[in-house]
Design a protein around this ligand. Structure first.
Ligand SMILES: [Ca+2]
Length: 372
């Protein structure tokens, strides 16, 4: 029987076991002695743990609340993650609405990822984020936060800033590996570039971005130009300076899904037919429209598609790219694509039929969570 001791994994366990065996074959002796615990190995400073990443490593920068395709796009990221095509590192809100982080966490929680880091924009930009061009104007993120499970505070003082969240997430990732998906305003990105070294990284913002970010994927930048591009101008609370800073100074490849490319592709209209009432994605669309069965253009979803799969996938070629122009933005918020290319700005041109893309997006956002 004592041969089994050879399977013991540690010296300590072996000694205890041998002692016990001896005790069964002879007269009682002294109580078994507890072998000395080997000294622990010398402490080494812990490396920051790097979570396992599959597919595109995404930080999603969203104006959650202003429109509802942001919810569809976040759902799509989760389904891509369930399929091993993406990893959601974190989400930052570029509106300052205190309900935005909680509403984002509602969606993350529904898809079985309740602990994704979430950051909130500073500075009082869109402190109430709702579709202000609609009448009535539902603040669906507040309803999501109040009606669905999550564990995120609605007190902004409890939420890390978007810039801090960016810095912490980027610092923990391998060089050149992170894709930032910006589907809203750009003050978080501008703030990240201007950020100082902190406990997360000795690098300033520009160096940190240059080192860690693979590419920035922006939804916005209407082609061939616009005086009123929502995200470049800043919408109702206009301030084009942040977007101007990003267009001019962001140090990595920047890929523009200009909005119009995917405006004709509708998403969300079948959520009420194919998913349960407990689905907060369905609820968001229903609350946004005030009724079921309506869909929204797929601006943000096209950015997610490019981010996860690039310009082509099983359905065919999604996009071609143009690099012969770069996007400029004046102080007054007038944007224009001008020649020549600057080596950084890339523009996506949709190729795949709208119907095929629509079916693909609807398939993504109506897929149940793999690990609810
Ligand atoms: Ca958006």
């Amino acid at each position: 029987m004592c041969l089994t001791s050879k399977y013991a994994l540690s010296l300590a366990a072996t000694l205890v076991f041998l002692t016990a065996c001896n005790n069964t074959s002879g007269p009682p002796t002294d109580p078994p002695t507890v072998p000395e615990t080997p000294a622990p190995p010398p402490q080494t400073p812990e490396e920051p743990s790097v979570p396992e990443v599959e597919g595109a490593a995404i930080i999603y920068d969203t104006d959650f609340g202003l429109d509802v395709d942001d919810v569809g796009a976040l759902a799509m990221i989760h389904v891509l993650a369930d399929r091993g095509e993406a990893t959601l590192l974190g989400v930052v809100s570029n509106v300052s609405d205190p309900y935005a982080p909680a509403a984002i966490d509602v969606i993350n929680t529904y898809y079985g990822r309740p602990d994704i880091p979430i950051g909130l924009a500073e500075g009082g930009f869109y402190e109430e984020a709702y579709p202000y061009w609609r009448d009535p104007d539902p603040r669906y993120i507040k309803d999501l936060a109040e009606d669905f499970p999550h564990d995120t505070s609605v007190n902004p003082a409890d939420i890390p800033t978007a810039v801090e969240t960016y810095r912490k997430l980027l610092a923990a990732q391998p060089d050149g590996s992170v894709t930032v998906v910006s589907v809203g305003f750009m003050q978080n990105l501008s703030g990240l570039m201007a950020s100082s070294p902190d406990e997360h990284s000795v690098l300033g913002g520009m160096a940190l971005v240059r080192q860690k970010v693979k590419e920035l994927v922006i939804m916005g930048g209407e082609y061939p130009g616009s005086t009123n591009d929502l995200y470049l101008v800043g919408g109702r609370e206009m301030d084009p300076s942040y977007a101007a800073d990003v267009l001019e100074n962001w140090p990595t490849k920047t890929v523009f899904n200009t909005g119009l490319e995917c405006e004709g592709i509708v998403n969300g209209q079948t959520l009420a037919d194919t998913t349960p009432e407990s689905n907060p994605v369905r609820a968001a669309y229903t609350m946004f429209f005030g009724k079921e069965g309506e869909g929204r253009p797929s601006w943000d979803l096209c950015s997610v598609l490019y981010t996860a799969r690039g310009t082509s996938g099983p359905e065919g070629t999604y996009f071609t790219t143009r690099t012969d122009e770069h996007l400029t933005l004046s102080d007054a918020g007038v944007s224009r694509w001008v020649e020549p290319g600057d080596g950084r700005h890339v523009r996506l041109v949709r190729v795949l039929d709208e119907e095929v893309m629509e079916a693909m997006f609807e398939g993504f956002i109506t897929t149940p969570p793999a690990n609810p």
